[in-house]
Design a protein around this ligand. Structure first.
Ligand code: UD2
Length: 339
């Protein structure tokens, strides 16, 4: 007998998607995941065998329909992340962030999915100088990636207002933790720094290192997603909620903490700032606290400690760390359609 999945997670082979799936399975839920392996990794699915997994590309509306069939709640994590990648390839970013979101929403509507929780990004705020960033502030995205993630938000909220689909937008602030790919130029800075510093390689800081981020450990993001799925519609549906810690750290300070944790000796190399980069980012998390009782579970230092330990152990255990690197170089955009 086939058990219908109650939950759908898009981008299930990505760092955030696989972490949400793992928690759902731990809670005994039925889960379907989908990924096209454009940036997701097969090895990230290890341990998620209890999930029904579909390999497919959400740019195809039929794939979206297949993914949504019978689902009650969808977590839409699939995207082509990275500010510099979007600066190089705005069309690809648009296709894999905006087109897939519209397709997924339309399929969710058709399949009578009750709620969609959308992975938004702090890049929507852009270079507005005000700190902390509050959801009531006008957005001012700078990079094509920020524009694409914000466009997705607007579509999501439109589907609530026009079609009555329950939706929640979680605006993630610089998420980090185990399973984040450390091997690509487009990887999040903390994954890159952990990998390099544990290997004794010199990390590079783009700019003067005084840029700051509200680095958010993955467990907090998983927690926020489950709250967003469970909270009453009258409190959260149609809302945008920052998902962060509310505290920011500069890259220079972060490097110093990582030096202690990894045992790396030496200084970073400083080079030119990246185009499309934002200077400072810090969230006001009071709205998520008020509407769904969100409080961060793991602070920055503890998150960094756990992350460094994970990369250290993963490197030792069966060379998975190395495998990540090999896979990253073999990324392909040719995705087989679903049978
Ligand atoms: C943006 C979003 C974040 C998420 C992410 C997805 C903001 C504030 N944040 O992250 O929420 O959506 O995009 O990709 O818009 N850097 C170095 N050396 C390196 C790598 C990066 O110095 O080897 C710098 C980089 O120039 C930037 C900072 O580290 O100033 C953070 O970069 P990132 O790529 O980790 O994340 P960011 O802030 O673009």
């Amino acid at each position: 007998m086939t058990v219908l999945a109650r939950f759908l997670v898009t981008g299930a082979a990505g760092f955030i998607g696989r972490s949400i799936v793992a928690e759902l399975l731990r809670r005994g839920e039925t889960v379907r995941g989908i990924d096209n392996f454009l940036t997701g990794k097969r090895e990230n699915l290890v341990g998620l065998e209890g999930m029904e997994f579909l390999e497919g590309d959400l740019t195809d509306p039929f794939v979206c329909m297949r993914a949504c069939a019978g689902v009650e709640i969808a977590f839409h994590e699939a995207a082509l992340a990275s500010v510099p990648r979007s600066v190089e390839d705005p069309v690809g970013t648009n296709r894999n962030c905006v087109d897939v979101t519209v397709n997924l929403l339309e399929a969710a509507r058709g399949a009578r999915v009750r709620r969609v929780v959308y992975a938004g990004s702090s890049s929507a705020y852009g270079d507005t100088p005000t700190l902390p960033k509050h959801e009531a502030m006008p957005e001012h995205p700078l990079s094509p990636y920020g524009v694409a993630k914000l466009a997705g938000e607007h579509y999501v909220r439109s589907f609530t207002r026009v079609y009555g689909l329950e939706t929640v937008v979680l605006r993630y602030f610089n998420v980090f933790g185990p399973y984040q790919d450390p091997a690509s130029y487009y990887s999040g800075v903390l994954a890159v720094f952990c990998r390099k510093m544990l290997a004794g390689e010199q990390p590079t800081i783009f700019g003067d290192g005084e840029q700051s981020r509200d680095f958010t450990y993955i467990d907090n993001v998983v927690h926020a997603n489950l709250l967003a799925a469970e909270a009453p519609a009258e409190r959260v549906s149609g809302q945008v909620l920052n998902t962060a810690t509310g505290i920011r750290n500069t890259l220079n300070d972060t490097f110093r903490i990582l030096r202690e944790l990894t045992g790396y000796i030496g200084d970073p190399e400083y080079t030119q700032a990246r185009a499309g980069d934002i200077r400072d980012s810090q969230a006001d998390i009071s709205r998520a606290a008020e509407l769904m009782g969100y409080v961060p579970l793991v602070d920055f230092r503890e998150g960094l400690r756990r992350t460094v330990e994970w990369y250290r152990e993963t490197e030792i255990a069966e060379g998975i760390f190395k495998l990540h690197g090999q896979r990253a170089r073999r990324v392909t955009s040719v995705v087989p359609a679903l049978a």
